[in-house]
Design a protein around this ligand. Structure first.
Ligand code: URA
Length: 230
């Protein structure tokens, strides 16, 4: 069993600042093995720590699914209006390392976003080598044409100001103005730009899956912790 200093634990998990940990403990938020903690500088087994009668949240690393609503930006900057962090526990950006999104959805897009405080996971999931599938549903401004299936799959579709063509993408026409698109890259506004390059405007874009992770029954604005992958 690994022992860690209580104030370090509390600050790394965003419960209190390093300096504020002493008063946080003195205020009676923290119990160790069922007894109120009296000092902040003791070494503890994190499994025995409770804060406000709850076990510590994701003490070994946080990984979560989030259903991003339209109208929120994936940024820590407060100058950008409404951000996804306004919808998430305020403790998450206070963790060290802070919780951040793995990749982004643009402000007007909705759907599945993965969140983590594990830098290695961000790198792994965003590595171009992995070619992780991302599945989107796109509503467009006029009826789709079957020719798009081949164009998206061709590996030759060029986006304005990009140097290389897009990797082959799968497009399935679900309704006259609704398509499912699977891409394995993560270029800026990629799906919208792929359609725009062929003369279609995407009016609504929704992500339903990232690799093995499905949005499934998460309601808009809801998040759920899942196990950190090995
Ligand atoms: N492609 C886009 O155009 N926007 C997103 O948010 C994600 C992929």
């Amino acid at each position: 069993m690994k022992l860690r200093r209580l104030d370090q634990v509390l600050s790394s998990l965003g419960y209190a600042s390093r300096r504020g940990a002493a008063s946080y403990v003195a205020e009676g938020h923290v119990k160790i093995a069922g007894e109120f903690a009296e000092r902040h500088d003791i070494r503890v087994d994190i499994r025995q720590v409770m804060v406000d009668d709850e076990p510590l949240q994701a003490p070994d690393g946080l990984f979560a699914l989030f259903h991003k609503p339209v109208g929120y930006t994936c940024t820590h900057s407060e100058e950008e209006g409404d951000t996804i962090y306004d919808l998430l526990p305020p403790r998450w950006p206070q963790r060290n390392p802070a919780v951040t999104s793995i990749g982004r959805l643009d402000k007007e897009s909705s759907g599945l976003l993965l969140l983590t405080d594990q830098g290695t996971l961000v790198q792994r999931y965003t590595s171009p080598k992995l070619k992780l599938e991302k599945v989107y549903e796109a509503k467009v401004d006029h009826d789709l044409d079957e020719s798009l299936v081949e164009i998206f799959a061709s590996g030759t579709l060029m986006l304005k100001s990009d140097e290389k063509p897009c990797l082959p993408a799968q497009l399935e026409i679900l309704e006259p103005r609704l398509a499912r698109v699977i891409i394995t890259e993560g270029r800026y506004h990629q799906v919208r730009r792929m359609f725009a390059s062929q003369g279609w405007q995407v009016d609504a874009l929704h992500r339903t899956r990232v690799g093995p992770h499905e949005l499934s029954h998460l309601a808009v604005g809801e998040w759920r912790l899942i196990e950190v992958p090995k």
